[in-house]
Write a protein that binds this ligand. Structure first.
Ligand code: ARG
Length: 446
């Protein structure tokens, strides 16, 4: 069954190719397609296009499909193109003539837009909770190990004294910026395309404000043609936010792989959390972090993929856009799995104390020695020269963390200030669950 069949039997190979992976991918959109349809039905009744009893029957039937989907028994059948077609088919088979009224004033183009926006909103909200857990984890590790010194590197050469507190805390502040980008993408996403139909509006007297309210969007997406153009734009904003978050995870994973190597040995994990080799008995490998690094590096290519996919598209709906779904769905899944496993690893991380006592790191205290002379009134450049001489015979009075006072330095990490910023930015992530929204729609059955 094709919604657009007009008496000619479509060639099966064409249908298979154009449906592509939608039969599987679209299942993730099912609950949102149903909720979007419920809002559409309530609105069609409000503007007088369907009767009260028809509204009640349609809402009840949609709710029963919602329950099927929750139980996992809603599938897209072999001869059906996508979730929108499947739901319409189910409605016609449950309700007959009334079921066939549901598509008045909409197109699959605005339907898929609304589904993706509701899906994206929920995924962003779920992801924000994971990011928040990771933020808290980094901050508590930072607090716990604030006095444990670590050599800081620039150009991959020992540079200055750092601490585990500073290092873990840096990744927490990274996440505070990532969450801001994610909330920006959420704001861009949270507008209602429903009612823009195929991208040109409709002559039916729709009440778009009502569906906006019902679906808890911040506002309408006004221009009908822009609604179509926005497919790809929202994905680009989401992909950029995900790429930024991916960058944080990837760089942290690289640090872990480096710090766990035999030459560094700054950190370690219990044997149960690391992997071995099939041939070399001694190997203790950080596979988890290598895979997080690989997966998050791939996520960082997502904005490029979206740019390529959309760059030569004229305005209006084009079928290429269908391919965006898989890219975004996979990226959310990879990102969530990566954060979850990283949280597990961080619950078990072991840090080595006394690293900076190795003679290898004596010179990382040379800048502090320069500063000590500066505090005694010696001009910086003279002090620098004097200490350069001393580097050759390397004798320094080592810095203690107490010597660091300014904001954001070893002795004054300002983790509370960073937590305040993060908490403020977290306020934008919160919506009803799909089940709560479905219940709310059912209150219109009267
Ligand atoms: N599966 C399609 C997609 O994701 C749904 C929209 C189909 N619209 C159309 N005009 N063929 O884009």
């Amino acid at each position: 069954m094709k919604l657009w069949e007009k008496g000619i039997n479509p060639e099966p190979a064409i249908i298979e190719f154009t449906a592509g992976r939608d039969r599987k991918t679209d299942i993730a959109l099912a609950k949102w397609d149903i909720i979007g349809s419920m809002a559409h039905v309530i609105m069609l009744n409000d503007v007088g296009l369907i009767l009260d009893e028809e509204r009640n029957d349609l809402l009840k039937a949609l709710h029963s499909l919602f329950v099927c989907d929750e139980e996992g028994s809603l599938i897209i059948e072999k001869d059906v193109e996508d979730i929108h077609s499947q739901i319409e088919k189910e409605m016609a088979s449950i309700l007959g003539v009334t079921g066939k009224k549901i598509h008045a004033g909409r197109s699959r183009n605005d339907q898929v837009l609304v589904d993706i926006r509701l899906y994206t909103r929920e995924e962003i909200d779920k992801l924000s909770l994971l990011v928040s857990n990771l933020f808290n984890r980094f901050q508590s590790l930072s607090g716990r190990y604030k006095d444990v010194l670590l050599p800081g590197y620039t150009h991959m050469q020992p540079a200055m004294v750092s601490s585990f507190g500073l290092w873990f805390g840096a990744y927490a502040e990274c996440l505070a910026d990532d969450i801001l980008l994610l909330s920006g993408a959420r704001t861009l996403n949270n507008r209602n395309p429903l009612g823009t139909a195929a991208g040109f509006g409709t002559t039916l007297p729709l009440n778009r404000k009502l569906t906006t309210e019902l679906l808890e969007f911040d506002d309408l997406l006004y221009n009908s043609a822009y609604a179509s153009l926005s497919r790809g734009k929202v994905e680009m904003a989401v992909a950029s936010a995900l790429a930024s978050l991916a960058q944080t995870l990837s760089r942290f994973s690289m640090d872990i792989c480096l710090y766990m190597s035999a030459e560094f040995r700054f950190i370690d994990f219990p044997d149960e959390y690391i992997t071995g080799s099939s041939i070399m008995p001694q190997k203790r490998n950080p596979d988890v972090f290598e895979l997080i690094r690989g997966r998050t590096n791939i996520i960082q290519t997502l904005p490029n993929e979206i740019a390529m996919l959309t760059s030569n598209l004229p305005s209006g709906y084009n079928r290429d856009l269908q391919l965006l779904k898989q890219l975004i769905f996979d990226a959310f899944a990879d990102m969530k799995e990566s954060i979850e496993i990283m949280l597990l690893m961080l619950n078990n991380i072991k840090v080595r104390k006394n690293i900076t006592e190795s003679p290898l790191y004596n010179t990382i205290f040379s800048t502090e020695e320069v500063n000590r002379l500066v505090k005694d009134g010696i001009p910086f450049r003279d002090a620098y020269k004097a200490v350069s001489e001393m580097v050759k015979n390397s004798s320094f009075s080592k810095t203690t963390i107490k010597d660091y006072h300014h904001e954001g330095s070893l002795g004054n990490l300002c983790n509370e200030e960073i937590a305040k910023i993060f908490k403020e930015r977290m306020k934008s992530f919160k919506n009803k669950t799909a089940a709560e929204m479905a219940e709310k729609m059912m209150e219109y059955v009267k």
